[in-house]
Design a protein around this ligand. Structure first.
Ligand code: PGA
Length: 252
């Protein structure tokens, strides 16, 4: 059994509608605030970050953004910097989510710049990697993970307990989760790649989350595998009772 503290992060994506925000936050607060031994994080859209931080004040639930830009300030219309998030006392940031890679031109180079900026500003990046269905079927999973991990993280000074999320693109939002064996195998590959580039110590402390159709019913099967240290949860993080079940499944 590893002594890595598990992480359950909710990626709200572009949800919820403004009218549903307060209820979601107060339900979450009520259902997960008192659970200890699991790092719990919610990642709402930028417009809700300040209110989320305020409404969760005093309970040990982290708040994360879903992206950041590497320059601190300047003429970059529409961007939000790691410096700004840090000044808002936001603790985490998702970087390189496959939806950003697919729809918004995110590359391993921009992942690296964002991750460096986040670490420099004392944010905890949650760096996402994962293969598409075509890549898995072509037997390219390991090659893709190798490229993403080296392209996005080689040369970055990762802290102890850094967070990477393995999210196979074919499992995201599809209801078709990977099997626990597939998740464990891919997370093991990621740990090995991190060991090569960053040393055994950093690799042993790395928290690797599985993401892709995680729900209250299947979370335990991933979290009980040796290489999976948590979950990055999309759809099921928008229902407080489901998210709370997933958090509980991560309890040692
Ligand atoms: P999902 O999304 O849980 O809805 O599949 C996961 C993610 O995209 O982080």
């Amino acid at each position: 059994m590893s002594d890595r503290v598990p992480v359950i992060a909710g990626n709200w994506k572009m949800n919820p509608a403004p009218g549903d925000f307060s209820a979601l936050i107060s339900d979450l607060r009520a259902s997960i605030a008192s659970i200890e031994g699991v790092e719990r994080v919610v990642c709402p859209p930028f417009v809700y970050l300040g209110s989320t931080r305020d409404l969760l004040l005093g309970c040990d639930i982290g708040v994360g953004a879903q992206d950041c830009f590497w320059h601190d300030y300047g003429a970059y219309t529409g961007e939000i910097s790691a410096a700004m998030l840090s000044a808002l006392a936001i603790g985490y940031v998702i970087i390189g989510h496959s939806e950003r890679r697919q729809y918004f031109g995110e590359t391993d180079e921009t992942v690296k710049l964002k991750t460096e900026a986040a670490i420099e500003k004392d944010l905890k990046p949650i760096v996402c990697v994962g293969e598409t269905l075509a890549q898995r079927e072509a037997g390219e999973t390991e090659a893709v993970l190798t490229m993403q991990i080296s392209g996005g993280l080689r040369g970055v000074k990762l802290p102890q307990g850094a967070i990477v999320a393995y999210e196979p693109v074919w499992a995201i939002g599809t209801g078709q989760a990977a099997s626990p064996e597939q998740a464990n195998e891919a997370c093991g590959m990621i740990r090995g790649l991190i060991a090569q580039d960053h040393g055994e110590d950093i690799a042993a402390s790395l928290r690797i989350l599985y993401g892709g159709s995680v729900n209250a019913a299947n979370a335990g099967s991933f979290l009980s595998t040796p290489e999976v240290d948590g979950a990055l949860v999309g759809g099921a993080s928008l229902k407080a009772s489901d998210f709370a079940e997933i958090v509980k499944a991560a309890l040692p």
